[in-house]
Write a protein that binds this ligand. Structure first.
Ligand code: NAD
Ligand code: UFG
Length: 335
C-alpha cells in the first residue's frame, strides 16, 4: 500500500525528477505535472527504469487554472511538492513580467486549487538567493530575507515564501515547508537522470557539461579577483540526490504552520576547485578562460545546515567528487 499520494509540479525537471524517483522508492504514489517548457517527457521512462513505476503525467501549465482544477478534482493528493518554475537569473532581468506571471501567478493558481480540493500540505523549492547580501557568508534561516535580492527570479522566490506564510495565517490547517537550496549539482547514480535544460544553460555545472561535450568551446570564469582564497567565487554545491533525500525527510516531518530549512552542505567550493574536480573525474583538461566579473555575483556564500540536521535528521552524504562522477555517467548515458 502507498504511504501517500504526492503531486510533484515540475517533476520532469532536474530536481523534481530525482525527488520523484526517491519518493517512489520510499513507497509513495507520485503524479507529475509539468508543461515541459524546460524538460522532456522521456524523463518519465527514465524514472520508470530506476524506480519500477511510471508516474502518471499531466502535461499542464500551472497558469491554466481550468486544467489545473481538473488535475486536483481527480487527484486526491496528500501533499504537493512544488518545483515548477522558471529559474534563469539573467533571463528574469530581461523578462521580469514573464517570471512574475509564471512563478508567482502559477503558485497562486496552485494554492487556490489546493484550498478548494482540501490538499493542505506543500513543500516549496526556494533558494538561498532570498537572503540577498548578508554581513557574513554563512546563511542561517533566522537571517532577514527579501531586502537585497538582485534579480526578479530571486524576488519571485521571496514573494512566494511570503504568500505561503500568509496562507498559513489565514488557514491554520495549511502546512508549508520552504526549502532554500544552495547550488544543486550532480546526477542520479544510474546515469539516467541529470540536468538537461532545453535552452542554453546559465549555471556553472551544465555549462561545464556542454564544454566537455564540445558544444561550447570553453568555460568563461567570471572573475578571479574576489576576496576569496583563490580569487574565484565560492558556493555551496549540493548533490541533487542529497537534495532529493532532504525533500523526503522534510515532508515526513511536516506539521501545521511554516517550517523553513536550508538544504546545503555547509562547505564552500570555488569555481577553480570545481574545474579541478571535473578534470580529476574526467581525466581531461577543461578549456577555461578567466573574464570579468558577472553582474550580481556575490563573492562567497554557503549554508548553515544545522537546523535541517537537528530537526530532520538530514545532512549531505555525497561530495563534489561524487557529483562529478555521476555527472560524467549521465553525460555518457545521455550522449
Ligand atoms: P528545471 O527547469 O529543471 O525544472 C522546473 C520544471 O518546471 C521544468 O520541467 C519546467 O518545464 C517546469 N515548469 C516551469 N514553469 C511551469 C509552469 N508554469 N507549469 C508547469 N510546469 C512548469 O529546474 P530545477 O533545477 O529542477 O529547479 C526546480 C525548482 O528549484 C525551481 O523552482 C527552481 O527555481 C528551484 N531552485 C533551483 C536551483 C538550481 O540551481 N537548480 C536553485 C535554487 C532553487
Ligand atoms: N560561473 C562561471 N562561469 C559560468 C557560470 C558560472 O564562472 O559560465 C560561476 C559564477 O560566477 C558563480 C558560480 O560559477 O561564482 C556558480 O554560478 P551559478 O550560475 O551556477 O550559480 P549562482 O550561485 O550564481 O546561482 C545559484 C542558482 C540561482 C540562485 C543562486 C542563489 O542558480 O538560482 O544560486 O541561491 F538564485
Amino acid at each position: 500500500m502507498s504511504k501517500g499520494k504526492i503531486l510533484v509540479t515540475g517533476g520532469t525537471g532536474y530536481i523534481g525528477s530525482h525527488t520523484t524517483a526517491e519518493l517512489i522508492e520510499a513507497g509513495y504514489e507520485v503524479e507529475i505535472l509539468d508543461n515541459l517548457c524546460n524538460s522532456k517527457v522521456e524523463v518519465l521512462d527514465r524514472i520508470e527504469k530506476i524506480a519500477g513505476v511510471r508516474p502518471k503525467f499531466y502535461d499542464v501549465d500551472l497558469r491554466d487554472a481550468e486544467k489545473l482544477a481538473g488535475v486536483f478534482k481527480s487527484g486526491g493528493f496528500d501533499t504537493v511538492m512544488h518545483f515548477a518554475g522558471l529559474k534563469a537569473v539573467g533571463e528574469s532581468v530581461e523578462q521580469p513580467l514573464r517570471y512574475y506571471e509564471n512563478n508567482v501567478g502559477g503558485t497562486i493558481n496552485l494554492l487556490e486549487c489546493m484550498q478548494e480540493y482540501g490538499c493542505k500540505k506543500i513543500v516549496f523549492s526556494s533558494s538561498a538567493t532570498v537572503y540577498g547580501v548578508q554581513d557574513t557568508p554563512k546563511y542561517v534561516e533566522t537571517m532577514s530575507t527579501g531586502g537585497t535580492i538582485s534579480s526578479p527570479y530571486g524576488k519571485t522566490k521571496y514573494m512566494i515564501e511570503e504568500i505561503l506564510k500568509d496562507v498559513t495565517v489565514a488557514d491554520s490547517a495549511f502546512a508549508v515547508t520552504i526549502l532554500r537550496y544552495f547550488n544543486p549539482i550532480g546526477a542520479h547514480r544510474s546515469g539516467l537522470l541529470g540536468e538537461d535544460p532545453n535552452d542554453r544553460p546559465n549555471n556553472l555545472m551544465p555549462i561545464i557539461m556542454k564544454v566537455a561535450k564540445g558544444e561550447i568551446g570553453e568555460l568563461t570564469i567570471f572573475g578571479d579577483d574576489y576576496p576569496t582564497p583563490d580569487g574565484s567565487c565560492v558556493r555551496d554545491y549540493i548533490h541533487v540526490v542529497d537534495l532529493a533525500e532532504g525533500h523526503l525527510a522534510a515532508m515526513e516531518q511536516m506539521g501545521p504552520g511554516v517550517q523553513i530549512y536550508n538544504l546545503g552542505s555547509g562547505a564552500g567550493t570555488s569555481v577553480f576547485e570545481m574545474v579541478k574536480a571535473f578534470e580529476k573525474a574526467s581525466g581531461a583538461e577543461l578549456p577555461c578562460r578567466v573574464i570579468g566579473r558577472r553582474a550580481g555575483d556575490l563573492a562567497e556564500f554557503y549554508a548553515d545546515p544545522g537546523l535541517a540536521k537537528e530537526k530532520l535528521g538530514w545532512e549531505v552524504k555525497l561530495t563534489v567528487d561524487d557529483a562529478m562522477e555521476d555527472t560524467l555517467r549521465f553525460l555518457r548515458t545521455s550522449a
